[in-house]
Design a protein around this ligand. Structure first.
Ligand code: COA
Length: 242
């Protein structure tokens, strides 16, 4: 943001008057980035992963996969996810629907050359613009770094402004080749702090998920009790219409 010198005349060299030392400048405000629980997913969540991807519009599928993947192609992709080699993680809402999802693909073990992990992600349309995409990307950076990889890579369509903006803001070098772009982000070495950050974040996300599961269970129990009570209050043979 440009400075507004007219609002702070004492800061200019032409300022006259007694030499009063100005108050120390306030540090720049940190961008507001609330914590988002991002949970690692397992093969048990394949159905939810498929539901998330199948709900993407044709345009979003095109941006996510580089072509307008059909339902069968998405299902094949989900069935083929290798949870032993790669990482899949996401954000659940209170109804335990996946509102944001990322796939971090690792190179096959023993592969020579630079060790790059590839990121692909999506956020449901209703939850966009709230930072989920950027947080998924940061999460991927942390996990790839802690696995000892030196580069995070994204292959995106050049028109995918949102994804390329996320990559650029994280410090990635973007190489455009016509309608397609590749973004490369150099990752620092892992440290004890980065390992602890992952461990704490993953643990907190797991607790958040269990709490959501629990509250859904309590909700259905309360509904069931309500139904039983209203059933008890009715005369024998009385139906809901009576
Ligand atoms: C790309 C995607 C994951 C971004 O998710 P998101 O949660 O909306 O992203 P964020 O809220 O973190 O926004 C990231 C940045 O992109 C900007 N942005 C979001 N949508 C944008 C758009 N349509 N055009 C331009 N910039 C956009 C945001 O303003 C933000 O920039 P800022 O931090 O400077 O404000 C989401 O748009 C999506 O799922 N798209 C369809 C699938 C896809 O393209 N996947 C990526 C392929 S790897």
């Amino acid at each position: 943001m440009p400075n507004a010198p007219e609002l702070s005349p004492a800061a200019g060299p032409e300022a006259a008057g007694p030499a009063v030392s100005p108050p120390p400048a306030a540090p720049p405000a940190a961008p507001f980035a609330p914590w988002i629980p991002i949970r690692s997913l397992s093969p048990r969540q394949r159905e939810r992963i498929a539901a998330h991807l199948l709900a993407l519009s044709e345009r979003d599928r095109y941006l996510r996969f580089g072509y307008a993947a059909g339902d069968a192609q998405i299902q094949r992709y989900v069935d083929g996810l290798d949870f032993d080699r790669d990482e899949v993680f996401g954000v659940f809402n209170r109804r335990l629907q996946l509102i944001a999802l990322a796939h971090l693909a690792y190179p096959p073990p023993g592969q020579p050359g630079p060790q790059a992990a590839e990121f692909g992600g999506s956020v449901v349309a209703a939850a966009r613009g709230r930072g989920y995409g950027a947080r998924l990307f940061e999460h991927a950076m942390l996990h790839a770094r802690n696995r000892g990889l030196d580069t995070l890579f994204i292959h995106a369509l050049s028109e995918n402004t949102a994804m390329l903006r996320i990559a650029r803001k994280a410090g990635a070098r973007v190489e455009r080749d016509g309608s397609e772009s590749d973004a490369y982000l150099k990752l620092p070495h892992d440290t004890l702090a980065s390992q602890v950050e992952q461990w704490v974040g993953d643990g907190a996300a797991e607790i958040d998920y269990r709490l959501k599961q629990h509250s859904r269970l309590v909700g259905s129990l309360i509904d069931a009790i309500g139904e039983v009570r209203s059933g008890i209050g009715k005369r024998p043979g009385q139906t809901a219409k009576d």
